[in-house]
Design a protein around this ligand. Structure first.
Ligand SMILES: [Zn+2]
Length: 473
């Protein structure tokens, strides 16, 4: 497959509410400015009211000073931003920059917080979804941002929006994102969490800066986004940034990822889940069964969601003129990869002399930003161990042998790697992206010498190699 030679573009992650999607976008801004709002110090009543509202011991307080402060912030931010209202991702609706819309939304957020507190006292737990609050604890009308109810029907507003998980209230009755919902987050094979469990851990992790940081409910209908913190504080995102960035560098980007809280939970695959190796598969199609650590038909890294290899034809398949046994994959680690995959998988049996070894493989970027991976970077080394005990290394170079498996089909950046499969999954479809796998063929300089084993080693660059199949010739 030939692609223009001048279209290699560096992959920059796009941050979506603190979690990056695997995509090719413009560079992330490193600006660190923030807007500070000072309330008049001489106004003791106002200061006291502010303290009361932001004090986690008095949740549900009906003070309305904070809407005023938020309104001032929104006004300043509207002045500070001279760009026209930006499109909400994929829905076509404009987000509002009008302070009045923000103020009306803040009123709803206060009432939602009061209702969450009342619910928690009555049921001794947080609601699984905001719809659980109504009708007993909240008028259902308050679950829709006044601006949203003016511009859009709820369903088209909600779906295909950023952070889909937290919008998936099963009763489809709210425009607000509920970040403490009980929607599952599959992390890696055998390990999953929920948004609530992750966010509760994050609240504990951020205890040194107080309990007013982590949002529980958010309204994405405004620019900046409005956040209702876990303890009742309402605040807008800093200009052009996510709320998390207020707390950097004290907290790292990784701290805001659910994966970070579960890294001591190892990958656990069930051998019975992989398709059975075909009886006609010969020994040249290496049997990787005992080394697989991820399934093709399930996610093996949590973000983006629904990002699997379900559509890769499995069993005995031919890619790029080479036959492969395709039933699972071996994911290796990388620098800053937030998942407990191994940096080394050794002892893959080969057991014969060969002229060539073919690898069907690719890489996945790490979920941090900005990635630091340049063409020519060694991302893995596959080591051939001959029966006589000698070894030789096959270096795997980014751009030459493999590239990001996720690409923009209008601007593919894998000009040198040999793409032998292109496909998609639910996540790539949403982003208008495609997936691909690369074929690397290594010529053996010692063709008469039997090869005993292969080992796969990550070079711990900032992209994580994975191997789907290996065939000798
Ligand atoms: Zn709103």
């Amino acid at each position: 497959m030939n692609y223009p030679s001048d279209n290699r573009i560096k992959v920059h992650p796009t941050v979506v509410g603190g979690c990056r999607t695997e995509t090719t976008r413009t560079a992330f801004s490193s600006e660190n400015a923030s807007v500070r709002i000072s309330l008049p110090p001489q106004n003791a009543a106002l200061t006291a009211a502010t303290r009361r509202v932001t004090d986690p011991r008095t949740p549900g307080c009906a003070a309305r000073i904070i809407p005023m402060a938020v309104s001032i912030m929104l006004t300043l931010l509207a002045v500070a931003q001279d760009t026209p209202g930006s499109d909400l991702k994929t829905t076509g609706f404009k987000v509002s920059k009008e302070p009045a819309d923000g103020e009306a939304c803040v009123e709803h957020l206060h009432k939602i917080h009061d209702a969450i507190i009342a619910f928690k006292e009555a049921r001794q737990r947080l609601p699984n979804w905001l719809s659980e609050l109504s009708p007993e604890f909240l008028d259902a009308k308050l679950l829709v941002c006044p601006y949203v109810s003016r511009i859009a029907d709820l369903r088209s507003w909600r779906y295909r929006n950023i952070r889909e998980d937290v919008f998936q209230d099963p009763k489809e009755s709210t425009s607000y994102a509920y970040e403490f919902c009980n929607k599952e987050i599959p992390l890696w094979p055998g390990v999953k969490t929920t948004w609530r469990e992750f966010k509760l851990r994050l609240v504990r992790h951020m205890a040194p800066v107080g309990e007013d940081a982590v949002p529980i409910v958010r309204c994405f209908a405004h620019e900046p986004v409005l956040n209702l913190a876990h303890n009742g504080r309402i605040y807008p995102n800093p200009v052009g940034k996510d709320w998390e960035e207020t707390y950097m560098p004290r907290f790292k980007h990784e701290d805001f990822h659910p994966e970070s809280f579960f890294l001591d939970s190892p990958v656990r695959v069930d051998a019975g889940h992989f398709p059975r190796r075909a009886a006609q598969a010969n020994a040249r199609l290496l049997d990787l069964s005992q080394h697989y650590n991820a399934y093709l038909d399930e996610v093996w890294l949590p973000f983006p969601r629904d990002c699997d290899l379900k559509k890769l034809p499995n069993g005995l398949q031919e890619f790029g003129g080479v036959h492969f046994d395709v039933r699972g994959l071996i994911q290796l680690s990388a620098s800053r990869l937030l998942a407990p995959y191994p940096s080394n998988v050794a002892g893959i049996k080969v057991g014969g002399a060969c002229a060539k070894i073919h690898f069907l493989h690719a890489t996945r970027p790490v979920p941090v930003r900005p990635p630091n991976i340049l063409p020519g970077t060694k991302v893995a080394s596959y080591v051939v161990r001959y029966a006589n005990g000698t070894e030789t290394e096959i270096p795997i170079l980014y751009g030459d042998d493999v590239d990001n498996w996720w690409f923009d089909p209008s601007r593919p950046n894998h000009k040198l790697g040999r793409v032998v499969w292109e496909g998609e999954n639910a996540a790539s479809k949403v982003e208008n992206r495609k997936l691909c796998l690369f074929l690397t063929t290594w010529k053996n300089p010692s063709q008469d010498q039997p090869v005993a084993t292969l080992s796969l080693n990550s070079a711990m660059a900032e992209t994580a190699p994975f191997v789907v199949a290996i065939t000798t010739e």
